[in-house]
Design a protein around this ligand. Structure first.
Ligand SMILES: [Zn+2]
Length: 432
């Protein structure tokens, strides 16, 4: 039986409340024991002295671009970038070509990931056929094939009747519905957040209200249907307030925030630099502070990267023409440490929860698939990181196929050191 013993690290597991020096033993791909001075004859060992040992990080919002856009990313390369960012599990959005709206595509992704990915990959199925917004996709058969949630990410479900039916279906299957909240009539033609900076930069604006009205509508539909509803990449003050409101009403509403939406605001945008173009757009400082405060007070449940690779040729166009989105897997921990922990806004254990137990709760993995905690029987996935060491992100060394990031050249304090998936070391920081 294959064994890995991770020794002498500072083990922090938010789900069990543990925080102290201990060993973690993984046997046969699962957590076997956590405690001081464990012995395991024949085990491989990893010395984690001076490092934090956490449950494997989970990112429930990434774009792996396969099938269809493999010039930008593949399941193989995206999963390696995930491992380099400390992630052991990712959920991939369905806006591939073809769209993941059937069991055939879901199965293709599951099988391809089994052969080529170095981290766990769980597909998210489309809500509607072709993510066209009108006719429900084959949701039940996608779930049977391994889909863990549904979303038309990149495209919102504008039709409220269709969204209601999707929620009723999701409720019966006990999966979350993840919505990219954007009223397309309000956002139409916009390239960045509507504010004084959009006037200054001469770019067409997307008002915060484009996100807010969709969140408001969907919370009402979640109340109507009882479905688990998850707000993707929340970015506005009112949306955070409404997520908190829904929580206090006892509704099964959750939401996620991205590192870039808490690290950057419109004042950081450089003229004509398309690596600052994403959806939702970077917002003004008052919105950024509201999202951070939501993370502090619990209105925001988890962090995700929305890793959105675009090949160089696509992203090198003029601002108005280039696609939305940036890569984010390798910089997520560094950014989150900087904005949330080193600033004193949240303790390290809460940060780890945002990457582990909280996203696991949003998806709801159970039984054989249980993950996000260092408990015996859970997936043998571990993220080992250093909370302090300085390093500089050079996108030339990225394991992603794409390089669209506003964080190239940024120096971070703390980052991933070793990534363990199912008891196997799948990535080590250079020099470690
Ligand atoms: Zn989206």
């Amino acid at each position: 039986m294959k064994k890995l013993l991770i020794r002498n690290g500072r083990v922090i597991c938010p789900a069990t409340g543990q925080d102290g020096i201990a060993d973690v033993l993984i046997e046969d791909g699962r957590i076997a024991a956590v405690g001081p001075n464990l012995t395991a004859p024949g085990a491989d060992t990893l010395d984690a002295a001076g490092l934090v040992v956490a449950p494997g990080f989970i990112d429930i919002h990434v774009h792996l671009r396969e099938p269809g856009f493999t010039h930008a990313e593949t399941i193989a390369t995206g999963s390696r970038a995930a491992a380099a960012g400390g992630f052991t599990t990712v959920c991939c959005m369905p806006n591939t070509n073809p769209v993941n709206d059937s069991a055939t595509v879901t199965t293709y992704i599951v099988e391809k990931a089994r052969r080529e990915a170095v981290v766990n990959v769980f597909p998210i199925g489309a809500i509607t056929k072709g993510s066209g917004g009108e006719e429900l996709a084959a949701i039940g058969s996608m779930v049977a094939a391994g889909a863990v949630a549904i979303s038309d990410d990149g495209r919102p479900v504008m039709n409220a009747r269709v969204m209601r039916r999707a929620m009723e279906t999701a409720r019966a299957l006990d999966i979350p519905v993840i919505q990219h909240c954007e009223d397309l009539n309000l956002s139409a033609g916009g390239d960045m957040h509507e504010c004084a900076d959009s006037v200054r930069l001469g770019l067409r604006g997307i008002p915060a209200a484009a996100e807010d009205v969709m969140v408001a509508r969907d919370i009402l539909l979640a109340e109507l249907t009882g479905a688990r509803y998850h707000i993707a990449h929340i970015s506005t003050r009112n949306a955070v307030a409404m997520a908190g409101f829904a929580r206090r009403r006892g509704l099964p509403v959750t939401c996620e925030a991205t590192p870039h939406h808490i690290a950057l605001h419109t004042g950081h945008m450089r003229p004509y630099d398309s690596s600052y173009k994403m959806k939702p757009p970077l917002r003004g400082p008052e919105h950024v502070e509201a999202v951070v405060e939501g993370i502090v007070n619990g209105a925001v449940d988890c962090l995700v990267t929305d890793h959105a690779p675009h090949a160089g040729d696509d992203k090198m166009q003029e601002f108005e023409r280039c696609p939305f989105g940036i890569i984010g897997l390798e910089t997520a921990l560094g950014i989150a440490l900087e904005v949330l922990v080193h600033s004193g806004r949240i303790p390290l254990s809460r940060l780890i929860a945002l990457f582990t137990s909280e996203p696991a709760r949003v998806i709801g993995w159970k039984g054989e698939q249980a993950r996000g905690a260092l408990k015996p029987g859970y997936a043998g996935d571990v993220t080992v990181f250093h909370p302090e060491y300085p390093w500089t992100y050079d996108v030339k060394n990225s394991l992603s196929k794409s390089a669209n990031t506003p964080f190239n050249g940024r120096t971070f304090r703390g980052g991933p050191i070793v990534t363990v998936v199912g008891g196997e070391i799948v990535w080590r920081a250079p020099g470690f």
